[in-house]
Design a protein around this ligand. Structure first.
Ligand code: ACO
Length: 426
């Protein structure tokens, strides 16, 4: 049997043959790279609903089954048994670290968590009201100025140093962006704290340290909080060729510096159809305000003449429960008491979830809750302000973007991303 695909132009009764390429899992692809040279036509697939843009060995998703694996390992296993920085190591170095390697990577990230002292002036130049995503975006592009060293992709050590640097600095950039937007002093990283604890510290501490007295007389960063946020970072680590990752790869294809590629990824992520949805979910739950109003908003979401969409529902790839959402939902139940989750928001969310999972409109369109539907309630309990929800996504996803950038650069056959069009103008 030939592993090819034949297409016929019925206007001329001409047939064309294309190779079928098989991956290790998931659907095969038809290699149409010679389509134009053979047929004189382009293929058309708005929004890439049927197009594989690259080969990749990083992340596998089976959207029908609701399965997500990084380097072959199931996301549930990773979140349950490994820390976020072990997941980072896995994505970058293609295998999980030994305890010694994990320790070494942890130390490297702690050392690299500081940003150039002169970058502080950049934050100061923004109006106080600036959204942290906009400030982060500029600060990440500015890393090119402060750390724009020539990256030799052939030199694995240098490339990994560049990767570790941006992963380590992202929480600092996020926390500085937030503290600037609040007009409060920056808190430098504390090298004695783990990656995730350090982020909470930079968000919450006063100059001089964390307040240890107060509400319950407890240290204000609890291990439960660190564990929950670490899981959230792991759940966001990578998600194959989504809109922001595709943006990063497209920018990489022009040979631009990896830090500006990531800053472009941040722009793509900010939109409400993508990572910006987590902020919109909480705003929407707050707007709904009470369980009594849920039916009204469900009706709006179902009304096709109304642009209102239920934020946190639907996904291009998952036509089943988003496995990340399932894990977060479990975490929500587990941490309900310890994290004092907002009961009113949870009640509204759970009523929406119940209705949507049984309503014909949502069922027939396979619209399930996605990761953003659940992350907001937990982030709120972690005292993360709403404007910082999408920056949380950025911190987690940075490793995915940089791993995809590295993979792109390793591909000797990579070409500049340059799609064509169906011209409809004058
Ligand atoms: N609420 C109501 N209806 C919806 C929703 C929703 N959230 N999502 C999709 N639909 C409907 C559409 O109106 C459409 O209906 P139709 O067939 O009657 O025209 C059908 O479901 C298919 O929707 P598309 O927009 O074609 O699906 P697509 O794959 O292009 O979009 C997307 C996916 C952008 C995620 C969409 O579901 C959406 O806007 N969701 C809300 C925003 C959101 O939660 N984004 C986060 C995604 S996950 C992430 O990025 C981490």
């Amino acid at each position: 049997m030939k592993n090819t695909f034949t297409m016929t132009d019925n206007r001329t009764d001409t047939s064309y043959e294309f190779d079928i390429l098989d991956g290790t899992r998931g659907p095969s692809v038809v290699d149409i790279s010679s389509f134009y040279s053979q047929t004189g036509m382009f293929t058309y697939d708005q929004g890439y609903t049927s197009t594989a843009s690259t080969k990749s060995a990083i992340t596998f998703i089976d959207g029908d089954k609701g399965e997500l694996r990084h380097r072959g390992i199931d996301i549930e296993d990773l979140v349950e048994n490994h820390s976020y920085i072990e997941v980072c190591y896995l994505l970058l170095k293609k295998r999980l670290p030994t305890p010694e390697e994990a320790k070494g990577f942890d130390l490297e990230l702690r050392h690299r968590s500081f940003i150039h002292e002169r970058m502080k002036g950049l934050f100061d130049s923004f109006p106080i009201s600036g959204h942290p995503m906009a400030i982060m975006n500029s600060a990440v592009a500015a890393l090119t100025v402060f750390y724009g060293d020539h990256i030799s992709i052939e030199n694995e050590e240098e490339a990994l140093e560049m990767a570790a640097r941006i992963i380590a600095k992202m929480p600092t950039i996020a926390a500085f962006s937030y503290r600037h937007s609040m007009g409060i002093p920056f808190i430098y990283p504390d090298v004695n704290r783990s990656f995730t604890e350090n982020f909470l510290y930079m968000m919450r501490a006063y100059p001089g340290g964390v307040m240890k007295i107060g509400n319950d007389g407890e240290n204000t960063i609890s291990p439960v909080e660190v564990k929950a946020l670490d899981a959230i970072f792991s759940l966001h680590a990578d998600h194959e060729q989504n809109a922001s990752t595709t943006t990063v790869r497209n920018v990489a294809s022009t040979n631009a510096h990896p830090y500006v590629a990531i800053s472009s990824g941040i722009s793509a992520l900010w939109g409400s159809a993508h990572g910006g949805a987590n902020e919109q979910v909480i705003k929407q739950l707050e707007m709904i305000g009470s369980v009594d109003n849920v039916d009204k908003y469900i009706a709006k979401a179902k009304d096709r003449s109304d642009p209102f969409r239920l934020m946190g529902f639907g996904h291009r790839v998952y036509k089943n429960f988003d496995p990340r959402a399932k894990i977060l939902r479990g975490l929500q139940d587990q941490l309900k008491d310890e994290l004092k989750l907002d009961s009113e928001l949870m009640k509204i969310a759970s009523k929406i979830e119940d209705i949507a999972l049984n309503d014909e409109y949502f069922v027939s369109r396979k619209l399930y809750p996605n990761i953003d539907f659940y992350s907001g309630v937990i982030l709120t309990a972690l005292k993360i302000p709403t404007s910082m929800f999408t920056p949380m996504f950025v911190i987690g996803r940075t490793v995915g973007w940089i791993a995809q950038w590295l993979e792109y650069k390793e591909d000797a056959k990579a070409k500049i991303a340059r799609p064509r069009q169906l011209y409809t103008g004058e």
